[in-house]
Ligand binder design. Structure first.
Ligand code: GLU
Ligand code: ZN
Length: 488
């Protein structure tokens, strides 16, 4: 590529950020980083009613957590600011004036119901504006103004067709007779999204607009406007457009804000790691190789070619997302997992904040038992809680307890207690030995049956870290006390 690549992140800060939005940002990021280009981050908060500060903060928080960094834009500044659309009103008004002074636009005085009535009377199947005000006479215009009507500014779509070479889809052509002249501003002069999005791309010198397929139908309008912006000296060139595939949810419907799996921040709350979420989102429309789906972002950047993006809709598969996260977790060192799990353990009150020396010591001994078993950081909480909890607060999962402590289960717990009461040198090996002798040999039980009830008695759950090691960490007194309390 000859000119340096410049792409943009341009979310609308409305609501909780959607995984599709993050996927789009990730592909822009990988594309820019692959080409040594720049990323501009602007906030498209033109819709004042729907834009919120919470959403803005959530987006930035998420981007930072994921490590999707940017070179220019909100928070960091740069030569093309401001980067909040709500602060660019003067810029848009100036561009609108210049467009209005040209023949690319015209003032339109129509009311929606008048347009509909004309369409109906003409038996037209085409929706939208009919071009009525394209060539108003001075008398007609004066009459509208005398009625007190305020005009909106409409873009005059050129005749013929518009074709672009989509970076993902190849040639796409629209006949402009199917693309009505569209509004650039409201009657009160406020610029509309149709204007501000391409104007910002022009003024921020964006070279590649990579965005969701849902925006594809607006591209012919934007390309036509871009020609005008180039002509007026506002844009230097027209960007390359590429439309990334839809992200589908269950039942082949687009993943919508209403689907719980759509909310990107929820993954962080559950304890996905950024490496895992990014790796999974990368697979929504791209792959590094046919036989490989676990990779780092450095590898993605190295390999990313926009031409390899698959235009077909990508299905969001939560199971697969979790499996990828697990695979990425396994690549972290135990120290790293401990470090990242700590906020979850603090938040849940498993350890204090700051962590006491005793808890820190216990954690160091306990993490090796669970590090390879947890698929998300949040799972450290239920896995480790029983080791840290005060005896007075220790509780068992009621379902697991009901299942485990039937007649046989209680007999097992009693036998385990009696065998362990004789063990004085308390180690994993001696605990295991005593329990095997008493339960497997003595009671002739299968290990699953034998140790299941003991596990629920001491850990409170059917699923726990390895039993004998856990009991060693729990200590002799607490282990025996829990076995006794299980007996009621
Ligand atoms: N702000 C738009 C959105 O969040 C993105 C528009 C674009 O990428 O051109 O849907
Ligand atoms: Zn009109």
């Amino acid at each position: 590529m000859t000119t340096p690549v410049r792409v943009r992140f341009c979310p609308s800060p409305t609501g909780s950020p959607h995984v599709g939005l993050v996927r789009t940002a990730l592909f822009n990021w990988a594309f820019a980083r692959h080409h040594g280009g720049q990323i501009v981050f602007r906030m498209e908060d033109t819709d004042k009613e729907r834009s919120t500060r919470e959403s803005y903060d959530a987006i930035l928080e998420l981007w930072r957590w994921l490590g999707l960094d940017w070179d220019e834009g909100v928070e960091v500044g740069g030569p093309h600011g401001p980067y909040l659309q709500s602060e660019r009103g003067d810029i848009y008004r100036d561009v609108l004036d210049r467009l209005r002074a040209s023949s690319y636009t015209y003032d339109c005085y129509c009311r929606n119901e008048e347009v509909d009535a004309r369409r109906k009377a003409a038996g037209s199947k085409v929706q939208g504006y009919d071009g009525f005000c394209r060539d108003l006479s001075d008398e007609q215009r004066d009459a509208f103004v005398a009625e007190g009507r305020a005009p909106i500014v409409r873009f005059r779509m050129p005749d013929g067709s518009i074709t672009w070479d989509d970076a993902v889809r190849g040639d796409i052509t629209f006949e402009t007779e199917n693309v009505p002249d569209y509004a650039l501003s409201r009657a009160n002069g406020d610029p509309l999204y149709t204007l501000v999005n391409p104007v910002d791309d022009a003024m921020m010198q964006i070279t590649h607009v990579l965005r969701g397929e849902d925006l594809l139908s607006s591209t012919p309008r934007q390309l036509a406007l871009f020609e005008a912006l180039v002509e007026l000296g506002i844009a230097t060139s027209v960007p390359v457009y590429g439309h990334l595939p839809y992200v589908m949810g269950q039942g082949n419907k687009k993943l919508s804000k209403r689907d719980p799996e759509a909310h990107a921040l929820a993954y962080r709350e559950q304890g996905f790691i950024p490496e895992g979420l990014l790796n999974y989102l990368a697979l929504l429309g791209w792959s590094i190789a046919g036989d490989r789906d676990v990779f780092s972002m450095a590898e993605m950047v190295e390999a990313f070619d926009i031409k390899d993006v698959n235009p077909n809709p990508a299905r969001f598969d939560l199971k697969k997302a979790e499996a990828i996260n697990t695979a990425q977790m396994r690549l972290l060192s135990l120290d790293e997992i401990t470090h990242r799990a700590l906020p979850f353990l603090k938040e849940a009150g498993v350890v204090g904040d700051p962590v006491s020396d005793a808890d820190a010591q216990l954690l160091e001994l306990a993490m090796p038992l669970v590090g390879e078993r947890i698929n998300k950081l949040g799972e450290a909480v239920p896995m480790l809680g029983f080791l840290f909890v005060d005896e007075a607060d220790f509780e068992r999962d009621p379902d697991d307890a009901a299942k485990a402590f039937d007649e046989q289960g209680l007999a097992v717990v009693q036998a385990a207690h009696d065998a362990l009461a004789d063990v004085h040198e308390w180690s994993t090996a001696s605990i295991e030995e005593a329990l095997r002798v008493a339960l497997i040999e003595g009671m002739e039980l299968k290990p699953r049956v034998a140790f299941g009830a003991v596990r629920v008695a001491v850990s409170g759950k059917r699923v726990s870290p390895p039993l004998f090691e856990s009991m060693e960490l729990l200590g002799r007194d607490r282990s025996l006390a829990r076995l006794r309390s299980a007996l009621g």
